[in-house]
Write a protein that binds this ligand. Structure first.
Ligand code: AMP
Length: 249
């Protein structure tokens, strides 16, 4: 069973994003970039499926500029067998990525495609759903447990008010939630091994996909600054302020 995993290079989760002074976007110059955390969980899950004998080959895919090679090498250090970079300097929106992944699904015919539930930079939460629609595959989003059973995969999903378990026939698309697993640390020997793994590069044109943005960002702004806190002398004052100033009780 082949598993395709989508990994996006994003601003590191520990970096405080700074809005560009002209409000056109986030300043990414000389900022630490890493693999999207939900995608690390996706790679880890694929590796666990391989360790259990359910998967035979894991292909990591990243779409973006040449630096995405680093993200692919990290995926291969976690345990992906090979990588595919779809190289472009165009801004990629979820629909464009979904179309690129659809082209690779047609080419590679994986039984399972695992994506993160959302990228922490655009917070779109769209790519997996769009891919499932374009490729006409069943989908399970927000997975917190994945079990392959023959030609089916049972996925437990985190939904409002609890957990839902659904059964999908393979091939299928899954997006990962935070509690699916805890990704392993990459070890130095595995980083070295990853350098030798196969990494193929395509341009969007090679896959017949037009990645032109469909949406235009009008403005990006910082959230409003929080006011300073105050100390209250006693509980009665606190309750009074919560009731009459903050009006939250
Ligand atoms: P989004 O819909 O942008 O929130 O992204 C959801 C998921 O789609 C991510 O967690 C990735 O698994 C995948 N994805 C989005 N953009 C890319 C990209 N440029 N390259 C590879 N995977 C991506």
């Amino acid at each position: 069973m082949k598993v395709l995993v989508a990994v996006k290079r994003v601003i590191d989760a520990n970096v405080k994003a700074q809005v560009k002074s002209d409000g056109s976007g986030i300043d990414l110059a000389s900022v630490k970039m890493s693999m999207n955390p939900f995608d690390e969980i996706a790679v880890e899950e694929a590796v666990r499926l391989k360790e259990k004998g359910a998967a035979t080959e894991i292909i990591a895919v990243s779409c973006g500029d040449a630096k995405c090679q680093e993200t692919l090498r990290t995926a291969m250090a976690i345990g992906a067998d090979r990588g595919i970079l779809v190289e472009t300097t165009e801004e990629l929106q979820p629909l464009a990525v979904a179309k690129l992944l659809k082209a690779l699904v047609d080419k590679e015919q994986p039984a399972l495609v695992i994506l993160g539930k959302q990228a922490i930079d655009d917070d779109a939460n769209q790519t997996g759903q769009m891919l499932a629609a374009l490729a006409d595959l069943p989908q399970a989003t927000f997975a917190s447990k994945v079990e392959v059973a023959g030609d089916k995969v049972n996925v437990t999903r985190e939904v409002d008010g609890g957990l839902e378990t659904i059964s999908l026939s393979l091939p299928a698309v899954i997006t990962t939630d935070l509690r699916l697993n805890e990704p392993r640390y990459v070890t130095l020997p595995n980083i070295m091994k990853a350098k030798k793994k196969q990494l193929d590069t395509f341009k969007p044109e090679d896959l017949g996909v037009d990645v032109k943005p469909r949406l235009k960002t009008l403005k990006v702004s910082e959230p409003p600054k929080r006011g300073a806190g105050i100390k209250v002398p006693d509980v009665a004052t606190l309750v009074d302020k919560l009731k009459n100033e903050a009006k939250v009780i």
